[in-house]
Ligand binder design. Structure first.
Ligand code: LMR
Length: 393
């Protein structure tokens, strides 16, 4: 049996992680996978997470199974964090999932059951695992223009022109904030225009929100998702806790399915529970319980928000520093967009050859499309990166 297997295509982000690990140079900089690192290069456990875990160790009395949808308190807390009160709770079905990727996978499986011929529209570019999972599930997809590689900003006209071709019932996958891989985001004026177009087409929006709190703040980063949620009868939302709670390896995420009424919500909930049962039965609980503990305890929540805000402001400062250094060293405004982009990533807009040269000659690792993880930098490594880029272009 096993001899029939063939090699699967390597995930380019994870392949890069491996290359970095194997690099024996002392002076290497990992700007590949989206993981936050502090000034000393560590990915710390957040203070509130440690405190919540301590509390769980002391107070948890059982590890018996939760429900198939996970702990209902987790769903309530996350719906509140992501959506606030813009959609009535009795219209929202939800399941806890293994991370944001798990939520995306379950959302796509739900779409495949409900509407097998629906096409899923993806931004060009998008997170590489989106098209990979869609292909694996044998679903149809199409792309819409998103990024203008000249300006390194959103190509909004191109996006609207391509979304004109969306058919009724097609699913349009949107990044709620902090677009991955580009860092370029729609403005507050552009979102309503795009939503109006999707509504006129009868599209079903699916939002991937993995970086809430990393861009402009917790509420600002959720604003577009809330606008979408409030604007349609049906919306799927995949939210990740990996980054904003720093619980990457705990695999903590949630899929929300907004239905037109409570009756359809109940049907959607039953299907989501079924999907969890088919794929892994009960979703992981530890990370979800930590997140719930933090979100429902005013003191822990305040501390978490404060630490998240420090992280966010730190990333913004690094963006300013990098844009400034690049301006100085290249004597041009070519990289000014780095300061305007938001979230963990920016696509630098340099060629694959330059990316390769940065890795081989300077030990600087970024994804081949020139996506770099801003949160992997620090004050000391920014000038090193800027000098290497200025030398290589
Ligand atoms: C990334 O894009 O680097 C992260 O979302 C991590 C991953 O799983 O790819």
């Amino acid at each position: 049996m096993l001899e029939n297997l063939q090699q699967q295509p390597a995930d380019k982000i994870l392949a890069l992680m491996q290359l970095y690990r194997e690099d024996t140079r002392d002076q290497k900089i990992d700007l590949g996978v989206g993981v936050y690192k502090d000034a000393s290069g560590n990915t710390p456990v957040m203070r509130a997470v440690k405190a919540a875990e301590r509390r769980l160790v002391d107070q948890q009395t059982t590890k018996a199974y939760t429900g198939l949808a996970g702990d209902p308190a987790f769903a309530d807390a996350m719906i509140d964090l992501v959506l606030g009160d813009v959609v009535a709770r009795d219209r929202i079905a939800a399941i806890a999932t293994p991370g944001g990727t798990g939520a995306i996978r379950q959302a796509l499986e739900l779409i495949r059951i409900a509407s097998p011929d629906a096409k899923v529209w993806l931004s060009d570019p998008t997170w590489p695992n989106h098209p990979s999972i869609i292909k694996f599930l044998g679903m149809q997809s199409a792309t819409y223009r998103y990024f203008d590689s000249e300006t390194c900003n959103v190509n909004f006209d191109g996006m609207l022109a391509d979304l004109e071709n969306v058919a009724a019932g097609d699913v349009v996958l949107l990044h709620g904030c902090c677009h991955n891989p580009t860092g370029a985001n729609l403005t507050a004026d552009q979102w309503p225009q795009m939503i109006a177009l999707l509504k006129s087409k009868g599209a079903v929006p699916m939002v991937d929100i993995a970086y809430q709190g990393f861009g402009d703040g917790l509420d600002d980063d959720a604003a577009a998702t809330r606008l979408v949620a409030a604007g349609f009868d049906e919306v799927l939302i995949a939210a990740s806790c990996s980054k904003n709670f720093g619980v990457y390896r705990e695999r903590t995420g949630i899929l929300m399915a907004i239905a037109r009424d409570p009756e359809q919500k109940a049907l959607a909930q039953a299907n989501l529970n079924f999907l969890n049962r088919q794929n892994y039965s009960f979703p992981p609980d530890h990370g979800a319980r930590v997140v719930t503990t933090i979100l429902t305890d005013p003191e822990l929540r305040a501390d978490w928000e404060a630490e998240l805000e420090e992280t966010r402001l730190g990333m913004l400062a690094l963006r300013e520093q990098l844009a400034g250094e690049l301006k100085r060293l290249t004597n041009s405004d070519r990289f000014e967009f780095v300061a305007d982009h938001r979230g963990m990533f920016s696509r630098l807009g340099v060629s694959p050859e330059v990316v390769e040269q940065l890795r081989t000659e300077h030990g600087i690792y970024m994804v081949g499309d020139s996506r770099l993880n801003i949160a992997g930098l620090n004050e000391q490594t920014v000038p090193i990166l800027a000098a290497a880029v200025a030398k290589s272009i």
